[in-house]
Design a protein around this ligand. Structure first.
Ligand code: RP5
Length: 163
């Protein structure tokens, strides 16, 4: 995309099936994003370059997903002033995902990562859009329409159950 405002990164291509939900909801809301693989452990130099350069390239929010010893969100947060949203990914060799959750959630004071639920990259995308909407009235309208669509679905379900 020409002018990405959200950077979606993940520790491995194997995280993509989970992280795709963030991309999909950003697309639905009309938010430009970029998406790539950055591994804290396998490509530390790439992680440094990405995190240090993101703000200068116009990125406003970073969504970082990783599984296992999921150090990517926290390390990226340590390298940039941008808000970082962490997505714990339940990888194939994980201990029910608790490894991913705790290694993203338990950040030291001073370096926050906004951690969403296990595999919940859709909420990460929505949260990124909500952060951007504080300075974007058009995006506010799209978010309100999105929330209205959720409400309508629940109301439709309630009506169906009456029948
Ligand atoms: C983490 O290890 C990745 O974020 C992924 O969730 C997990 C497994 O990676 P692969 O071995 O599938 O590349 O770094």
């Amino acid at each position: 995309m020409s002018n990405p405002k959200v950077g979606i990164i993940m520790g491995s291509k194997s995280d993509l099936p989970v992280m795709q939900d963030a991309a999909d909801v950003l697309k639905e809301l009309g938010v430009d994003f970029e998406i790539t693989v950055v591994s804290a452990h396998r490509t530390p130099d790439r992680m440094f370059t990405y995190a240090r350069g993101a703000a200068q390239r116009g990125i406003k929010v970073i969504i970082a997903g990783a599984g296992g010893a999921a150090h990517l969100p926290g390390m990226v947060a340590s390298l940039t002033h941008l808000p970082v949203i962490g997505v714990p990914v339940k990888s194939s060799n994980s201990i029910d995902g608790w490894d991913s959750i705790l290694s993203i959630l338990q950040m030291p004071n001073g370096i926050p990562v906004a951690t969403v639920a296990l595999n919940a990259s859709k909420n990460a995308g929505l949260l990124a859009a909500q952060i951007l909407s504080t300075a974007d009235d058009a995006l506010v309208k799209n978010l309100i329409a999105y929330k209205n669509s959720l409400r309508e679905k629940v109301e439709e379900s309630a009506e169906e159950m009456k029948r």
